[in-house]
Ligand binder design. Sequence first.
Ligand code: SF4
Ligand code: SF4
Length: 345
Amino acid sequence: MAVQDEMPAGIMPDFRRELPSYLKEMAGKWIWHETVQPGVLRHVGRDGSILLSVRILLPPNGLLAAPSLRLLASWIRKYALVGRRTSRQSFELVGVDPAKLDMLLEEIHQAGFLVGGTGKTAHQIKCCTSFVHCQNAALDAPSLAKALGDHLWRYFQDFGLPAWLKISISGCPNGCGGGVEADIGIIGVYQGFPEVDDEALVEANEDIGLLVSWCPTKAIRPKVTPKGTSVTINLARCVRCGSCMQAAAAGIKLKGERGAAILVGGRGGPAPSLAGVVFPFLPVKPPEYKEIKEKISCILEVWIEKAQAGERLGAFVERMGWGRFLQAVGGSSDVRFRQNLYLKF
Ligand code: SF4
Ligand code: SF4
């Protein structure tokens, strides 16, 4: 297989213009890759060619200001063929010259970035933007990702884990940062129910039909008020997903405590599986997030101590049995929570 020669014209930028000729020529000819040291991958071609990639952990959510982007660009120019942002919000320098690897690693270290997150280590903690520019957040995913990353940083470079470890954080049940497909997912949840401000909703001139159709459980119905059409919510049907707040932020707010649910055992790729809820509602206390860090540490300790080599967290829990696992980590023994993030508590 090779990189497609011809592609239809369209508005999307063409990825081929970013590719240096060597990578175009070698496309489809790579047969093997391995992690040679934390964060450094070696790709081996059919003809014996060697290509190095260096993975840099980015600030949470992959947020980059111009000076950081300039720094990444300078490393591409000096040391590599091209750069790419990974699906987990880290950054890879692709095609690093082996003779310059040590110099590059030192420069990255001096700039305050961490190299790691490849192979059987913890990978970059992926998260959504939350409050940075979203109105739905029940927790601040980037600051939690930072606190958790600081807490677990050795695991980004430590091959002592039984298998890959992927942690994803979403600020609310909409799940933009992932979670249900991660080994460990942390998702912001609302303890309260949505409340409608009739006046604000009418004033905002929201599309009521869209709002009604947005609700996954058909809990929302139109309601006529003296000033215009608002909505009423049947709380018995509401699962506190937050979608109505997303559709009509001006007139609907989810009230009450906000917390975090911890899910365990999801994975993408081959044999994908969804994570199950282990802790349905933990307090969210920035900047330390002590309670969440303690629970994550406990989950990791049990996994590291008892898992077989190569056993991802989900496979380990299935082998151990959910009952015994929940007991070992002090999780909710209410099995109804396991596949239901929205269960009322
Ligand atoms: S997961 Fe929720 S808080 Fe995060 S970006 Fe999506 S809608 Fe916003
Ligand atoms: S929170 Fe979700 S389930 Fe509840 S009313 Fe809003 S959209 Fe419907």
